[in-house]
Design a protein around this ligand. Structure first.
Ligand code: FAD
Length: 451
């Protein structure tokens, strides 16, 4: 069997590893149009803040390592079109300019997404950056130490925008985050949490400019100088756009079915509308566990799971993607939060009626002083009011309590209820928890209101 995998990020990587594991005799061709294999954007903040020194180490596969396993790795080689009926792809080698056709038995696509640029006047000015991939990582790193850059304006207060804000605040720059929504991180957390985080950002010199829309970029000598919104004007030596992504799928027009956003339509086996072509990652949607419907949740975790499932199905198995809830976590200065599933503020987007309980507790028993690692914990559990089915949760503390959210993700996956969680067996040890885990506390409160 000859299997072609397109894209060397999370989805493509996992597909390759699964084929190596299950079909060691298969011929694998792995294509990456960039010059670098498997850059890990998730690790970019660690590099920009100096915890990781070498940009080239922010990866999980090298050409040499994969070649040694028998994979035919092609970097700087772009798959520009697919002839699905003939089971051929057309490849352009950007290093030499050569072009060729390659045949496949199975084709696995993980072309991902690129940062969306805001279509306003001035968007072609210099010093308008994005935060994705190795090339931007190198440019952003230079900007953190550039004496010419003092005012940084970030557009979009999702987790990438907030990571960028923290990087540049720590680098001593004045940072403004412009966000259309009335709150930062609104897709991840309800107001009880984002109110605290907005204060934290302000304390660290970051201005959250929420509830406003960028109208134009103004420049001086071809370089960005100001960002004008419908509410104010902000000085800017550097703009970082982190307001969403655009699927990298134009080259697949007419080959596989795509939706109105350009996302490749896949079934639960990751199969596309074309025979023997599978697609995974940010260019696709996933099955969303809380509703059973489809959702676009651009996370490495999803791409990795899909990559494994696609490869197994391509090799003849018959397995479905396990629905996911969009579990994610982030640290924002001293705070660490995680969330999964539906929030009170996102329930209506999913057409779901939801109820929530919010609990403020301590990480450890009250007799443990803060100096020994105690701290407040905030937790919110969201559930269906009619039967108590768990729909989502959010947690935040200056201590690391984020892993609790994995238990909630599993509860959602298994259709558990708040009644199931009320007395669920969670450990107690005064150094690590309280006698009642905060999930128990919230679930007991929620269960009281259910038939
Ligand atoms: P992408 O990562 O978009 O990669 C696609 C690759 O395919 C690219 O290298 C591209 O050059 C190549 N390609 C595309 N078309 C072709 C073609 N025709 N021929 C050859 N090559 C092609 N997710 C998490 O779960 N946790 C995190 O902590 C996290 N942090 C993040 C931080 C940042 C700053 C960013 C930007 C993202 C983060 N993500 C995180 C999201 C995660 O990076 C993405 O969900 C993931 O990279 C998607 O993987 P993918 O395989 O779909 O595609």
């Amino acid at each position: 069997k000859k299997i072609i995998v397109v894209g060397s990020s999370h989805g493509g990587y996992e597909a390759v590893q699964q084929v190596l594991q299950d079909a060691p005799d298969a011929e694998i061709q792995w294509y990456e149009k960039g010059s670098f294999l498997s850059f890990l954007s998730c690790g970019m903040q660690l590099y920009l803040e100096g915890d990781v020194k070498d940009v080239n180490s922010v990866r999980y596969a090298t050409e040499e390592g994969e070649s040694a396993k028998g994979v035919h790795v092609f970097t700087q080689q772009e798959v520009v079109s697919v002839a699905a009926a003939r089971h051929n792809v057309h490849v352009v080698d950007h290093a030499t300019g050569d072009e060729r056709d390659e045949s496949y038995d199975k084709l696995i696509l993980s072309p991902g997404a690129v940062p969306a640029s805001i279509p306003v006047e001035g968007s072609d000015l210099a010093n308008i950056y994005a935060m994705r991939g190795r090339d931007w990582a190198i440019k952003l790193k230079a900007a953190t130490v550039s004496p010419d850059i003092n005012d940084v304006v970030i557009i979009g207060a999702g987790y990438i925008g907030i990571e960028a804000a923290e990087v540049f605040a720590k680098a001593g720059k004045r940072v403004t985050v412009i966000e259309m929504q009335p709150r930062v991180l609104a897709a991840y957390l309800d107001a009880e949490f984002t109110d605290i985080l907005a204060d934290t950002l302000s304390e660290h010199g970051i201005t959250p400019a929420t509830g406003q829309c960028v109208q134009r970029f103004e420049g001086v000598d071809g370089k960005i100088a100001r960002v004008v919104t419908d509410k104010a004007t902000y000085p800017a030596d550097l703009v970082i756009e982190s307001a969403g992504v655009r699927a990298n799928t134009d080259w697949l027009d007419g080959v596989v079915e795509r939706d109105g956003h350009g996302l490749i339509v896949v079934d639960d086996h990751q199969a596309t509308s074309a025979a023997d072509i599978y697609a995974v990652g940010d260019a696709t949607e996933v099955r969303f566990a809380p509703t059973g419907g489809k959702a676009h949740i651009a996370l490495a975790t999803n791409a990795r799971r899909q990559g494994r499932i696609a490869a197994r199905n391509a090799l003849g198995e018959d397995i479905s993607f396990t629905p996911v809830s969009g579990s994610s976590a982030l640290s924002v200065f001293d705070y660490k939060f995680a969330s999964t599933g539906i929030k009170e503020s996102t329930a209506s987007d999913y057409g779901v009626t939801a109820k929530s309980v919010f609990v403020g507790d301590l990480y450890r028993p009250p007799f443990v002083p803060d100096s020994a690692g105690n701290a407040p914990v905030y937790f919110k559990l969201t559930y269906a009011p009619e039967d108590g089915r768990v729909l989502g949760a959010q947690i935040m503390s200056t201590q690391n309590t984020t892993a609790n959210i994995n238990a909630i993700a599993l509860a959602i996956q298994l259709h558990a209820t708040v009644q199931d969680l009320a007395y669920a067996d969670f450990f107690f040890q005064p150094g690590l928890n309280r006698p009642w885990n905060i999930i128990n506390v919230a679930a007991q409160q929620a269960a009281r209101g259910i038939g």
